[in-house]
Write a protein of this length. Structure first.
Length: 573
């Protein structure tokens, strides 16, 4: 055993009586300084459990300290239950007041920094340990915690010694905001930038445990700090915020409320796939009654935003991925996307192919559709049905080609029950195809004076059901996607750009990081006057014919997975 350890043990047994040593000898001063630093470092301070329990029970009974050692043990143990009943000093008003009493409490050593700070250090530990915001915290506990915070702020100056100050004391004085009503915000910006050095040092020096309210509030402080940023800067931080919350299930709901509500306040809250996936994964489908409480913390407009994102994703998936031939019907998809905001509910009946597929995309899709899926029991396992509710109208579309739209009235009893497997045999039990329909409309052009079936459907919905899709002002809604053409004299591309990668060196191009979607692409092409030809229904590609060189347009297309073919344009499967 080293001389230093033996000295430490003897001093501990004598109630840390360092002050009684003579400080004339320079060597002893050095030993004292090293020892006190070791004993005072926050994260390394060990408190004997049996001695602390004894000290706590004595103080609980007598309401006064008989020694500095007892005061120190009690200061570290304000949150420690003194009896089997679970009572602790922090939850008891009179006993807490006795701890900080000027005459019989820890303040009796106030004018001797080296003694007083042994108690102060323990009070700091108790301050970070007690969770005043917990539902289990008592009323008196919350009041005592607030008084302790103010006490620590006021008494911090008494921990300073003229010649010797441990690192934890220096940390206290460099971070006085720790004892304010907003202790975490000053560190939020650095943490958002992944700079954890200061916070790590604070936690180590003051012995702040990972379960402390401080660690929790640091996370929420980062979320709040991010919500104060511009729309662009905030949207860039969303993946990081979701990552932070993913590892903290206790804070997940409160943090997600802040992120979702802030995103909904953006000028143009376009689909954020990361945010949507997190919200649906954690809280379920936003329009299902069974998830009402989970979504109850966000504003109604926020909930509608996510619901609309999800409906559009389901529509796109249904008319593309769930299509009978794998190519899909993008005309139907684009038509129904315009009506997504009017849908109060959507449900899906899946055939055996989609219902049993182990493909990762199908697995992810079924997970998002949880609570909305039923079985479509037919001999054709590739067929699926999409059921949309618009007030009185319940519209049923099928993925198989040649199927008409069936419409039913929700004011009457529906002839099918989607909580049970459904079929498509006409008028069969629980069939989606019934004579009791109020609509049957085929997707055929040149019908009843309409060149396109879309205009016929739209007119019918408008006049018979009052359904008018919200017109989209592309120039306003997608203003940030409008690109300024480069000068007419710009050099035309004459190099092979197959699979070329254009580095995102232009800051403006960062706004085009949203994932590719049909609706976003269509709006982008229209706004920038691009010539587009979709040959995918004929087993071809989606083409963008670019005559004039435009680096920004090329950047967006490249980000969306398009490849360049010399002399023709950009293509995507």
């Amino acid at each position: 055993m080293s001389a230093l350890i033996r000295l430490a043990n003897r001093l501990n047994e004598s109630a840390f009586g360092l002050e009684r040593l003579q400080r004339n000898d320079e060597l002893i001063d050095v030993l004292i300084a090293r020892l006190e630093k070791q004993l005072s470092e926050g994260s390394r301070t060990e408190i004997p459990g049996d001695l602390q329990t004894q000290a706590l029970r004595c103080f609980w009974q007598d309401l006064q300290f008989t020694s500095l050692k007892e005061a120190r043990l009690v200061s570290f143990g304000l949150c420690v239950p003194t009896h089997s009943s679970g009572s602790c000093i922090m939850d008891d008003r009179s006993r807490f007041r006795a701890v900080i009493d000027p005459n019989t409490g820890v303040d009796q050593w106030l004018n001797d920094a080296r003694r007083y700070r042994r108690c102060y250090q323990g009070l700091v530990r108790s301050y970070f340990e007690y969770d005043a915001k917990s539902k289990s915290a008592s009323k008196s506990g919350r009041e005592n915690w607030g008084d302790l915070r103010d006490y620590l702020k006021d008494r911090a100056r008494y921990t300073i010694h003229d010649s010797l100050n441990p690192d934890w004391v220096k940390t206290i004085h460099r971070n006085s905001q720790l004892f304010s009503t907003d202790p975490c915000t000053p560190y939020a910006e650095a943490l958002l930038n992944r700079n954890t050095e200061t916070v790590n040092q604070i936690c180590e020096q003051l012995g702040i445990a990972s379960a402390s309210w401080f660690q929790r509030d640091l996370i929420l402080a980062q979320i709040r700090q991010a919500t104060l940023k511009s729309d662009y800067d905030f949207s860039e931080l969303v993946p990081r915020l979701i990552q932070i919350l993913s590892g903290n299930p206790v804070l997940r709901d409160a943090g997600l409320v802040l992120v979702l509500d802030r995103y909904a306040r953006m000028a143009e809250p376009t689909l954020n796939q990361v945010l949507q996936n997190a919200a649906v994964s954690w809280w379920g489908n936003p329009w299902l009654p069974s998830n009402e409480m989970r979504w109850g913390g966000v504003k109604a407009t926020t909930r509608e935003m996510v619901a609309d994102w999800l409906k559009k994703e389901f529509i796109e998936a249904f008319f593309t991925k769930l299509a009978e031939d794998g190519v899909g019907d993008r005309r139907r998809m684009n038509f129904w996307i315009r009506y997504s905001k009017l849908m109060s509910n959507v449900q899906v009946a899946l055939g055996q192919n989609a219902l049993l597929s182990r493909d990762k995309d199908f697995l992810a899709l079924r997970e998002k559709m949880k609570g909305l899926v039923t079985e479509l029991s037919t001999s054709d396992g590739s067929n699926n049905a999409f059921v949309m509710t618009f007030g009185e109208l319940v519209a049923v579309e099928f993925s198989g080609k040649g199927n008409a739209l069936y419409g039913y009235s929700s004011s009457r009893k529906l002839p099918f029950d989607l909580s049970q497997p459904v079929v498509t045999t006409m008028n069969a039990r629980n069939s989606l195809k019934q004579d009791k329909r109020i609509l049957k409309m085929s997707h055929t052009d040149n019908v009843k004076g309409h060149d396109k079936w879309e205009s016929y459907f739209e007119e019918t919905f408008k006049h018979e059901f009052g359904l008018i899709p919200k017109s989209v002002d592309h120039k306003k809604a997608l203003k940030k996607y409008q690109l300024t053409s480069e000068p007419q004299t710009a050099m035309r591309l004459n190099v092979n750009m197959d699979k070329v990668h254009i580095p995102a060196t232009n800051v403006q191009t960062k706004v085009f990081s949203e994932p590719f979607s049909e609706s976003l692409f269509n709006s982008f092409a229209e706004l920038n006057h691009l010539q587009v030809e979709d040959l995918r229904p004929k087993n071809g590609n989606l083409w963008v014919y670019v005559i004039q060189h435009n680096t920004q347009v090329f950047q967006v297309l490249n980000n969306w997975g398009f490849m360049y073919k010399v002399g023709k344009g950009w293509w995507k499967q």
